[in-house]
Structure formats: structure tokens, C-alpha cells
Design a binder for this molecule. Structure first.
Ligand code: PGA
Length: 255
């Protein structure tokens, strides 16, 4: 069953008190969701236990983390393992965000290992991909994203792939206010689905949720989510305000 998902990526924002208020606001305004729709909230690590408590007993709204380490445990000062995330009630982990790729030099091989850690510990993985502006300008974005997906995910079997959500986030659209057009998003999402279908079959591809990310907000979410292959969004800036995030959830429900 292909789910529609709206996921909040807070990035490195909000202290504990601010985070608590934001989650309270989201819960207070949350519409009733059915089995085919999910909301994910991915705060910074220090918020996870608190947010887990706030989400306890709430249907269709899940806790996510923004990253995990590529090893199981041991002498990796400052890192957080997937099993630690699981132990505080995390259901999803975001892997391969472009900011991790760029600032922390995470390559596809490292991201494949992180994905394995997430899956091995019972987490669903939101695997991010997306091209920089120069690649879009050269019109080679399809091959670029295909390579990220193949190197990051194609070592998995079809059963494992059921726990993967792909987020397409063109780097030129992240935090810039410049959203991909609905057509650009749809074209890439259809391409990603075709890449998955060629390797894993049409059923697996049809059941995969593919999210769009990059300056998604209440005013453009409806148009993006109306695209046949866009199954929701990964939301940065607009996830930091309850009313904006709820507006995007609303667009998902109506799509
Ligand atoms: P943005 O970020 O919504 O602020 O553009 C999206 C993301 O990076 O996940």
C-alpha cells in the first residue's frame, strides 16, 4: 500500500522548550488521518525522548531522526547509533540529506551502510537524493539521481525496500524559496519510480512512497502533491511553525 507522508525535518533548530511547544501545536491541530497517511516529525537528537513522550498513543504520527551512524556501536565519539534511536521510540531515520552529503562528506557508500544500520534496527529509512543547480542546468539530473539511488539502495532486496521511502530534494530548491515546478517534480518522481521498477519490479515501485522536498509550503503543497508520483513532502523551514506544517498536512489529506 502506497502511503502519503508529510515529514518534518527541523534540522539544527529549536531548543527543548521550543520543540515541545511546536509538537503541542501540531498535535492540537492534527486532523484525523487514515491508514494511508502518515506524519513524521524529525527533531534534533536531544529532542527525541521528549518528542516520543508527546507522540505516545497518537495514531499515524511518528518520530523520526535526522541521521544515524554507519556502525553498530563502539568508539565513535559524538555519534548516535540506529539501535539508540530505536530504543527511544524512533520509527524513521532520514539518511543522505544533501546537507549531510555536502558538509559532512557522506558519500553513497557510507549512506548505504547507514541505510543498513537503520533497517537492521527496525527503522524505516527516508533516503534523500537530489541534484545541485549545475547538474540541473546541464539537464543531467536524471542520471545523477539514478546513481545516488543505485549506489545507496540497490544492494537491498525487495523485502528490505518496503521499508524505504525516497525523498527527492533538488539542492537548488532547499531553503531557497525556489520550489521545483510541479512538472519538474513529477518528471523526476516518475523517473525514480521507473528506476526502482526496472530493478525490483512494478509492484515494488508502485508501493513506494516518493516525497518531494525543497521550499515546500502551504501555498504550493497542493499543486505538488496533486502530481501522480508525488506522495507527500519532506519539509524543512515550513515545519518549524505549527500552522504552516498543519497547512501542508492538510494539502496531503486533500490530494
Ligand atoms: P526546506 O528544506 O523545506 O527548508 O527547503 C527541505 C529539506 O531540506 O528537507
Amino acid at each position: 500500500m502506497r502511503k502519503k507522508i508529510v515529514a518534518a525535518n527541523w534540522k539544527m533548530n529549536l531548543n527543548l522548550e521550543e520543540g515541545k511547544k511546536l509538537v503541542d501545536g501540531i498535535i492540537a491541530g492534527m486532523p484525523t488521518l487514515n491508514e494511508q497517511k502518515e506524519v513524521v516529525i524529525a527533531p534534533p537528537f536531544v529532542h527525541l525522548a521528549q518528542t516520543a513522550g508527546q507522540l505516545q498513543g497518537k495514531a499515524h504520527i511518528y518520530l523520526g531522526a535526522q541521521n544515524c551512524y554507519s556502525e553498530t556501536a563502539g568508539a565513535y565519539t559524538g555519534e548516535i547509533s540506529a539501535s539508540m534511536l530505536k530504543s527511544v521510540g524512533t520509527a524513521y531515520v532520514i539518511i543522505g540529506h544533501s546537507e549531510r552529503r555536502e558538509y559532512f562528506k557522506e558519500d553513497n557508500a557510507m549512506l548505504a551502510k547507514k541505510t543498513d544500520q537503520g533497517l537492521a534496527n527496525g527503522l524505516k529509512v527516508i533516503f534523500c537524493c537530489g541534484e545541485p543547480l549545475e547538474v540541473r542546468d546541464a539537464d543531467t539530473q536524471n542520471a545523477y539521481v539514478e546513481k545516488q539511488i543505485k549506489e545507496g539502495l540497490f544492494h537491498l532486496d525487495a523485502a528490505q525496500l518496503k521499508n524505504i521511502v525516497i525523498a527527492y530534494e533538488p539542492i537548488w530548491a532547499i531553503g531557497t524559496g525556489r520550489t521545483a515546478s510541479a512538472q519538474q517534480a513529477q518528471d523526476m518522481h516518475a523517473h525514480i519510480r521507473a528506476v526502482i521498477a526496472a530493478q525490483y519490479g512494478k509492484d515494488t515501485a508502485d508501493n513506494m512512497s516518493i516525497l518531494y522536498g525543497g521550499s515546500c509550503k502551504p501555498s504550493n503543497a497542493a499543486e505538488l502533491f496533486a502530481c501522480a508520483d508525488v506522495d507527500g513532502g519532506l519539509i524543512g523551514g515550513a515545519s518549524l511553525k505549527a500552522d504552516e506544517f498543519l497547512g501542508i498536512i492538510d494539502a496531503m489529506i486533500k490530494a
